[in-house]
Design a protein around this ligand. Structure first.
Ligand code: N01
Length: 539
């Protein structure tokens, strides 16, 4: 393969930070360009999110046939998925297969965390320092750090005194955890908790769920993948992938055409019910076109889910506590579950409301809220992530004039297309803030960014440009557009991690781009076709 020989003096054409779905594919493309590339990965294996998130019940809520690379027809034909929604172990097996098939590992340095990346204007190169004290230089620095890879563990008083074991869902022990006979506290009720709680409840003596905000969740209706369906999808993959690329969320579904308010209440419920029975992340979102923009339309689907919760959960007080009321449906990331609400009918599961009585401290034998104490043998923090900006700002990134990215982004992230930021030449972000990323099937958005960056690098190399960065004007206009589009939706009404609201002190900005992956792709392609309009290029 061209460009795969490691050059002397620890100097590379491209350094990629992270060997998850994005870093792996980026490496593959960099090799095709003939560039000498090195990937640094903090974990001991490939997979990113799917390497770290080994908690019980972890699985993707985009269907396996769509949550997979499309860049290699051979790969997509040869890999056999076993379930409608892939489990974490199955996705990790798939990504290891990809790493083997494309011989990626020889250019990935594992167990290595990038500490700093500083731009040197005199040489137009990035100096990269890793946590083993080694220094590297590179022309291009590509951040493939993921959007949800900086775990958030609230700083509860007394955690050090806890006699039991505690875990974060995003840093789960590789050897697994046996909860048999234990009293387990789970803090949080987001997507991770909603997957983990039913599994932990099957094993533990008792599970206490400490809930601050109830979530909307829809059933996955997971099932073994029928081999005939797999064959059919594989036979039509090119069209299916293209539909996903041009869609709103990277999932090949026909967009809804009707308003929830233009049908009768009876028909509306029938449509919601059919979606509920289909299951999955698009099941209700994909029913009517105005659920994300019109509060009245949104309330109809919110009410439908509230009714479902009441029907499933036997104890009325628990059902009431599980019912989301103070933010619109879908404005926090919709959860997809297997028997989540049903789990509260088990005698060994107790829901604790920590909104009305917050957690005060962790004690040696459990946890104390403002009105009760709980004896626990283990605590699971399902408390999420410092999303989108967290993984980037964990690295000391400095651009022109030594400007720190952290300083530039004090009031919130500012990017052009979510792929680059002014003042940080030759640095690219895969699925950065200001791109559709977390609002889409991540694989579709990752492939689009990797391919766009690859074309951009080919252009730079072909024209012998030494430097590319967004102009301030283009970046300002993009940030304004991202905010404008977000404000047309109901998303800013929720205290979500999309808004940075889960991290104390984080600026309240809607970080992803809600304009849809199809429209976004078109915009990126136009910019490229116009000789990278909005970017400054120099020799
Ligand atoms: O994290 P979250 P997550 N005291 O931030 C609570 C993706 N994902 O890891 O809502 C008490 O959603 C917090 O409460 P509140 C997906 O994009 C995908 O579950 O802030 N509670 C919330 O309940 C997802 O959205 C998949 O009031 C505290 C929970 O912790 C994203 O990852 C599976 C607290 C955190 O929920 C993150 O999901 C898993 C405190 N101090 C994840 N601090 C699939 O594909 C926080 N909380 C299926």
């Amino acid at each position: 393969m061209p460009g795969s020989t490691t050059p002397p003096l620890a100097s590379f054409d491209a350094i990629v930070v992270g060997a998850g779905l994005s870093g792996m594919y980026m490496l593959h493309r960099l090799r095709e360009l003939g560039l000498a590339a090195r990937v640094f990965e903090a974990g001991s294996g490939v997979g990113g999110t799917w390497y770290w998130n080994r908690y019980p019940g972890a699985r993707c809520d985009v269907e396996s046939l769509d949550y997979s690379y499309s860049f290699s027809p051979e790969l997509e034909q040869e890999w056999e998925w076993t379930e409608r929604y892939p489990t974490q172990p199955e996705i990790l097996r798939y990504l290891n297969h990809v790493a083997d098939r494309f011989d990626l590992r020889r250019d990935i340095q594992f167990n290595t965390r990038v500490q700093h990346a500083h731009y040197d204007e005199s040489s137009n190169r990035w100096d990269v320092l890793t946590d083993d004290g080694q220094q590297y230089t590179t022309r291009y620095c590509i951040m493939a750090v993921g959007c949800l890879s900086a775990p958030n563990r609230p700083d509860f008083k007394g955690l050090d005194s806890f006699d039991g074991c505690w875990y974060h869902t995003g840093l789960w022990p590789h050897e697994g955890v046996d909860f048999s006979g234990l009293r387990v506290g789970v803090i949080g009720t987001g997507s991770s908790a909603i997957q983990a709680i039913p599994q932990i409840a099957k094993q533990a003596e008792h599970v206490y769920v400490f809930q601050r905000t109830p979530n909307y969740s829809v059933p996955a209706h997971n099932a073994p993948l029928d081999s005939e369906r797999q064959r059919q999808v594989k036979a039509t993959y090119p069209a299916r992938r293209q539909q996903a690329r041009l869609s709103r969320a990277g999932i090949p579904l026909d967009p809804p055409q009707r308003s929830a308010l233009e049908v009768t209440p009876e028909e509306r419920v029938q449509v919601f019910e059919a979606g509920w029975q289909r299951g999955g992340v698009g099941s209700l979102n994909g029913t009517f076109k105005d659920l994300a923009t019109n509060p009245e339309a949104n309330e109809t689907v919110a009410q439908f889910v509230r009714d479902k919760i009441r029907q499933i959960v036997h104890d009325p007080a628990t059902a009431e506590l599980l019912t989301p009321r103070d933010y619109p449906f879908g404005t926090k990331r919709l959860c997809v579950d297997i028997d989540y609400f049903e789990t509260y009918n088990r005698p060994n599961v107790t829901l604790v409301d920590v909104r009305s009585a917050p957690i005060q401290e962790i004690t040696p034998d459990g946890l104390r809220t403002t009105n009760a104490t709980y004896t626990l043998d283990a605590i699971v923090f399902a408390t999420g992530y410092d999303a989108m900006t967290g993984p980037l700002l964990a690295i000391d990134i400095r651009g022109c004039d030594g400007l720190a990215l952290k300083t530039k982004w004090t009031a919130g992230p500012r990017t052009y297309l979510g792929v680059a930021t002014a003042g940080f030449p030759n640095m690219f972000m895969i699925t950065g803030p200001g791109s559709p990323s977390v609002l889409s099937n991540m694989v579709v958005s990752i492939e689009q960014h990797v391919e766009w960056i690859t074309d951009c690098l080919r252009f730079l190399e072909g024209h012998r440009y030494a430097r590319i960065e967004p102009s301030q004007e283009a970046e300002d206009a993009w940030v304004e557009h991202v905010n404008e589009v977000a404000n047309l939706t109901l998303y800013p009404r929720a205290n979500s991690w999309y808004m940075g609201a889960n991290i104390p002190g984080k600026p309240r900005i809607f970080m992803p781009y809600v304009g849809g992956v199809g429209a976004y792709r078109q915009k990126c392609d136009e910019i490229a076709a116009n000789n990278y309009e909005g970017f400054r290029l120099s020799f």
